[in-house]
Design a protein. Sequence first.
Length: 283
Amino acid sequence: MNKTWARRAEPSILAILLILSITCLVNLAGITLGRHFCYYCRLSVLFSVGPLVLGFGSLMHWSLYGFHFGNILYLVAYLVRDILWLRIVTIAAIAAMLPYYYCCHSSPQYQPIAWCSLFVAVNLVQIGLLIWERRPVFVGERELQIYREVFNSLSAREFVKLLSVADWKQVASEAKLLSQNESVDALMLIARGTGGVQIDGRHVADIRVNQFLGEMAFLTGAPASADVIAQTELQVLSWPLDKLRDFLVEYPQIHFKLRGVLGTDLVEKLRQRGHADAHPSLM
């Protein structure tokens, strides 16, 4: 589902939710306060089903139709992949089924009605949180460029959360970022400049913009397999490993996507290494 369209539709979604919520509350109020308010409850039933209901069939029949329609909406909800739309359709299904529990039995079914009302309340809260989380986010130009070129598999808000545990660092030319066979304390991304990779003092590869350092240590916990030395002044985005791991425990979805980003980086490095081995003169 197109994310831009979903954002534009959010005001309409809120209006629909408000109508459905009022419907549910009116039903619940009529049931709770007794049969004296049945008239208002019936009005809310008609309002839920739509103007075409007026004058067609009994209230019991339309409540039964609403029950079947609500179950169809439940089936639709199970087919929806976006969690926001799933919750919206679920609320619509509950709203359609509520009149059935009141009108189609010998006496009102208060327990199912109470549970349905609770489900509506929980879903409304979660929908509010989801819409809040999907608000537009704003980042600087360099962060935006990194997001587009490296982290585009994450949502913008996930990327901002990941940035919250990172630090920008300036690294002088000839400075050593990683030392062979020594532990690594940070996952780093080169934002500007180039570095050289050396194994036992022999230059084997270059590290360029938008490539990671320390990714194997992050993934496996192993020490650095090579020295990495800045060839020019570097601008580096650095995630302390301890801090990053604690963060990813809290956000497993970001953890999964970050592993995909690092996997892509490793594949690109292997491709470059294979190309360099096939053309030694380029080293």
